[in-house]
Structure formats: structure tokens, C-alpha cells
Design a protein. Structure first.
Length: 318
């Protein structure tokens, strides 16, 4: 199961853990960027072997594998099948509230259809929402022609003419304006209202990044290219082979906050998945914005193990 799916909008995921069963409450709503990230995940094994061979000059024998594209919907279906195989239950609904009458009482999870579930421990993996800069057309191309992570999509834009559109999340956007120069020497950065320091401008100039301070008024797909983007600004229309932007990362953590979890710097605090509230856990992007799909999956697995260990200790102490 993917815990806290990074770049998924409008999908809430809640995992209820009990001693002998697990129930997943899930509201579907897949984002194309997440589908592409999943595609990247399932190809990682063969690709990473080749990279290791080049980097470390290892003599590795790899069996050629066909190109396989697995979208997020299919990945979730496989995860659901595995969960049900082990006796788990899945409900496609939305969690309305998470509460308990006392610290010793079980968690009560109420769904929008008024179903009430109870559990000793609860794991929240509701991910985050990407809030994009307010540029017309940007959301329409998000995940298909416009991306945010150089480590996810940098290789695909290597050597291409790339635009970066600012307007949100200044620290992240300014950072990737410098990172992207590792993959392309033809990068145009539109701060789009973000304030750059003198040091930022000096560093970007040294990296060969062109800065265009004109306000971006619209983006559209370049009809002549499957990946290209037209950037409309006060300077006119420019066409790029690829485009990035820096969204604000907003954790979908209302359930955790309403339950009384402590937070710091805008994020609910979790130590190895355990929040400040006893027997309430969190995994993935809801508590960690940098997590990619593979990291969120690993986080979910690790927290699941921690919950099981904790429940065993509770039983032994009785």
C-alpha cells in the first residue's frame, strides 16, 4: 500500500489497525503525476542496476526486461488484493472524525455513511496536497507536462530547453532553480513574484540559468510536442520542451490535528510514525513532504511493523 502518496490531490487514506485484522478506508482520486512516479518506481530495479554498473564499473549480469508501465490505479488494485488475501477489509469512504472518549478507550472512526469503526491503534496516511502557483492553465498540465521534482524527472529533461515557473514555496522553488542546472544548460526561471536575493541571482548566473522577471499570465500545451509547454508572459510567448514549478506542500492532517497531535513548523510531529498522542500513528507525506512514492511505501511498512510490535508489548503486559 502506498502511504501518504506525494503529488495526489483529493484522495484521503486512513488505515485502522486491530489485533487480528486491518481495515483501509480510502477515497479514490488519482493524480497523473503520481501515476508517472509509480511508473518510475516499477522500472527502478533494472534502471538502477545499469546506473550502478556505469558508476562503479561493476560487472553485473542483468536480464533484459520489457518496458512496463503500471499506473497508480493498477498498483492500488494489487495492494488491495494482497490486503484482502491476508484478511483485511477495504471501505471506499471518507473518514469524518477520529476520536476516543479516554486515553484507554479504543479509537472511534466515523465514516461519512455513519459507519463507526473501533480500533486500539490507528494509522493515518492521508498524504498532502500540492497547491500550485495561481497561473491559468498550470493545473491542467500538472503531472503530464509540468512537474516539480528534479530527482523524479530530471533525467527526462536532460539537455532540453526547460522553464521553471515560480509564485509559490520560495525556498523549494529557488532551490530547484539551481538543481535543474545539473540536467540542462538551457533553463529559464520565471520568479513570477518571488523575491530573489543578490546571492541567488549571482549563483543562478554562474550556473547559466536565465532569469526572466516578467509575470507569467498563462501556460498552454505546445501542440507540436507531446511534452512541450507555451509560457505566456508580459514578454510574449516562449516555447519550452519541459516545464517545472514549485508548489506549496499542504499536509492533509486535519484528522491528526483534531485528535490533539503536536506540530512543529507546520507539520505534525511523528517519531518513527508515533505521534504525540498515544496509539495514533502517521506515515508518508502527511508528516514528511520530501517522501517519494518508494519512500512513502517504506514508511508505511516500517510504521506497520512498529504498530504490531507495540500491540504485542501491550498484550504481554496484561
Amino acid at each position: 500500500m502506498v502511504a501518504g502518496q506525494g503529488a495526489v490531490s483529493g484522495r484521503a487514506q486512513f488505515v485502522q489497525m486491530a489485533l487480528d485484522r486491518a481495515a483501509v478506508v480510502e477515497q479514490a482520486g488519482l493524480d497523473l503525476d503520481a501515476q508517472d512516479a509509480t511508473h518510475r518506481l516499477v522500472q527502478a530495479r533494472h534502471r538502477d542496476l545499469a546506473r550502478l554498473q556505469r558508476l562503479l564499473e561493476l560487472r553485473l549480469v542483468a536480464v533484459p526486461q520489457p518496458h512496463v508501465r503500471l499506473d497508480l490505479g493498477e498498483l492500488l488494485e494489487r495492494g488491495h488484493a494482497e490486503l484482502q488475501k491476508f484478511g483485511g477489509n477495504i471501505s471506499h469512504d471518507t473518514v469524518e472524525s477520529l476520536s476516543r472518549p479516554s486515553e484507554q478507550a479504543p479509537w472511534q472512526i466515523r465514516l461519512t455513511d455513519d459507519t463507526l469503526l473501533e480500533s486500539r491503534h490507528a494509522l493515518v496516511a492521508t498524504g498532502l496536497t500540492d497547491k500550485l502557483p495561481e497561473v491559468p492553465g498550470l493545473s491542467d498540465l500538472w503531472g503530464t507536462r509540468i512537474f516539480h521534482c528534479p530527482y523524479c524527472h530530471g533525467h527526462e529533461v536532460k539537455g532540453k530547453k526547460v522553464a521553471l515557473i515560480g509564485g509559490a514555496n520560495p525556498p523549494f522553488t529557488i532551490r530547484i532553480s539551481k538543481l535543474l542546472s545539473k540536467w540542462t544548460s538551457t533553463l529559464t526561471f520565471y520568479p513570477n513574484g518571488l523575491e530573489l536575493t543578490g546571492l541567488d541571482r549571482t549563483q543562478l548566473a554562474g550556473l547559466g540559468v536565465e532569469i526572466n522577471d516578467a509575470k507569467v499570465t498563462q501556460v498552454q500545451p505546445d501542440q507540436a510536442s507531446p511534452t512541450g509547454v507555451e509560457v505566456h508572459s508580459a514578454d510574449g510567448v516562449s516555447i519550452y520542451e519541459a516545464c517545472f514549478t514549485g508548489p506549496d506542500f499542504l499536509p492533509n492532517d486535519a484528522l491528526l490535528r483534531d485528535a490533539g497531535c503536536e506540530s512543529a513548523n507546520g507539520w505534525v510531529k511523528a517519531e518513527r510514525g508515533q505521534t504525540s498522542v498515544s496509539r495514533l500513528w502517521a506515515a508518508g507525506n502527511v508528516v514528511s513532504s520530501p517522501d517519494q512514492v518508494s519512500q512513502a511505501m517504506g514508511s508505511g511498512a516500517a510504521v506497520g511493523i512498529a504498530i504490531d510490535q507495540c500491540m504485542l508489548d501491550e498484550d504481554l503486559a496484561k
